[in-house]
Design a protein around this ligand. Structure first.
Ligand code: HEC
Length: 437
């Protein structure tokens, strides 16, 4: 059985972005002067630029995953009608968590008032406003690094050529850090060199005391499998709160797992990874765990197949964020926490899971999980012809790396005080369950 690495293989928004939007982007060049007699009370400089910087700029920036930038008035105006349409119908910004469950510090969705403001600005002739009103809103999104200028940048050790067609197995690269002592990092970002072909990047740390067999199919099975950072469409770079950091032990290597998707042309990529060093005292170490089930079969034509996983916590942890992961047939994701007293609380609901957007949901208030609690993750899969992304409804589907195979992973990112010494991460993998429709 192809178990594959217990890791993620991400969406295809990149490929889509390149193909779909190029002809439309042309329209953005043809900007005319602001409409005479603009009537909106809202202006670009005062109202729209800050909103775009906060809610759109993480993707609509140079070298971002969106096919065009919105970092000045001209560009934004050129897309005005379309901006009104896609914000009005909720297509943009992409955000899939049910607002009734949980509060998220990176919630990108627009409020009713913000949508109305955008519509009124577009309908009212898109006035530019007073340039003096434009504070730093635009500048923040001109840099290609969303974490700001990194303290250190690693290039992939060599370029990768990606053939025009065919299946590309995950590629692995190793970069020696030559760090003489343990290094704590507070911000990390993977930057694809050629966004058209980079489907996802995962960075791992291979500690010389416990070297990682990174070409093994079992990479990441260990709950402290050295996960450091990931890039996937819709994902966010890690900028950790003060006092929290991830550790790169002295002498470690960085291991790159890169998933490329062919574009029909020979492509080349050399991606980069940027880090910022933690400043000030570190109280908590950040780590990533997963509540996973890889022993499932989704029958052919099943419309709503349920797969579950459980994960008990032996020690208390603080969960900072959640990243549900499945492939084309993923339909919905729900995470629950079962407390030692038996109380079960739903912590997130993603009713329409969309494989094109690999979103990490950051808790507004981190979730304190006591020892003895258990995470319970439930995913549903649509393997029927009603699922427009389904490559083949007539096939039963199992776990696998490639997107036409499936995954069921409830990733979570958690922190633990650095002064707590435990022999392991306090997390025990328990086999999940799978059940029929
Ligand atoms: C998480 C990344 C992300 C964010 C945030 C985001 N976009 Fe997009 N946007 C994309 C991508 C990628 C595309 C390309 C089409 C696609 O894949 O859906 C796109 C396409 C568009 C389009 C072209 C229409 C289309 O359907 O192709 C418009 C207009 C747009 N975005 C406006 C916005 C606005 C306005 C915001 C903020 C209020 C925003 N976007 C936030 C990633 C993003």
């Amino acid at each position: 059985m192809l178990k594959g690495s217990k890791l993620f293989s991400a969406g295809m928004a990149l490929a889509l972005a390149g193909v779909l939007v190029a002809p439309v982007a042309f329209g953005a060049e043809e900007v005319s002067a602001p409409a005479a007699g603009a009537t909106s009370k809202y202006t670009y400089t005062k109202d729209i630029a800050p909103l775009i910087a906060a809610k759109c700029g993480e993707c609509h920036r140079p070298n971002g995953i969106a096919p065009f930038s919105m970092t000045d008035y001209r560009q934004t105006r050129g897309w005005g009608k379309m901006i009104k349409e896609v914000t009005g119908d909720g297509r943009m910004p992409p955000w899939h968590a049910d607002p009734k469950i949980g509060h998220w510090s990176n919630d990108r969705s627009l409020t009713v008032d913000q949508k109305a403001m955008v519509a009124a600005w577009v309908d009212g002739g898109m006035p530019q406003g007073n340039p003096a009103d434009l504070k730093t809103a635009e500048a923040a999104n001109r840099s290609e690094w969303r974490i700001g200028t990194p303290d250190m940048i690693f290039d992939m050790p060599e370029g990768a050529a990606v053939n025009p067609t065919g299946v590309v197995p995950y590629k692995y690269f190793e970069t020696k850090t030559n760090f003489k002592e343990d290094v704590w990092v507070s911000a990390m970002e993977c930057l694809p060199g050629n966004p058209k072909v980079v489907h996802h990047i995962i960075m791992f740390v291979s500690d010389p005391k416990k070297p990682m067999n990174f070409r093994s199919e079992e990479v990441g099975e260990d709950d402290e499998g050295g996960f450091l950072d990931a890039f996937a469409p819709g994902g966010i770079p890690q900028i950790l709160p003060a006092g929290q950091a991830r550790k790169i032990p002295a002498g470690s290597s960085l291991i790159w797992q890169v998933h490329y998707t062919p574009t029909g042309k020979l492509e080349n990529d050399r991606s980069r990874f940027g880090i910022k060093f933690a400043k000030g005292p570190i109280t908590n170490q950040m780590m990533t765990g997963n509540c996973i089930n890889h022993d499932f079969e989704i029958p052919a034509n099943a419309e709503n197949h349920k797969v579950e996983a459980y994960l008990p916590f032996k020690t208390g942890v603080t969960i900072m964020s959640l990243s549900p992961h499945a492939h084309y047939r993923g339909k919905s994701f729900d995470y629950f926490m079962v407390y030692p007293d038996g109380r079960e609380e739903q912590i997130i609901s993603v009713p329409k899971y969309d494989f094109n957007w690999q979103t990490t949901y950051n808790f507004e208030k981190p979730l304190e999980v006591p020892a003895g609690a258990k995470m319970h993750v439930v995913a549903h899969f649509d393997n029927s012809s009603k699922n427009p992304y389904n490559p083949d409804p007539e096939k039963a589907v199992h776990w696998g790396d490639q997107t036409w195979e499936e995954m069921m992973i409830g990733f979570f990112h958690y922190s633990r005080p650095v002064n707590v010494q435990v022999s392991d991460s306090g997390i025990q993998i328990q086999k999940g369950e799978t059940s029929g429709d």
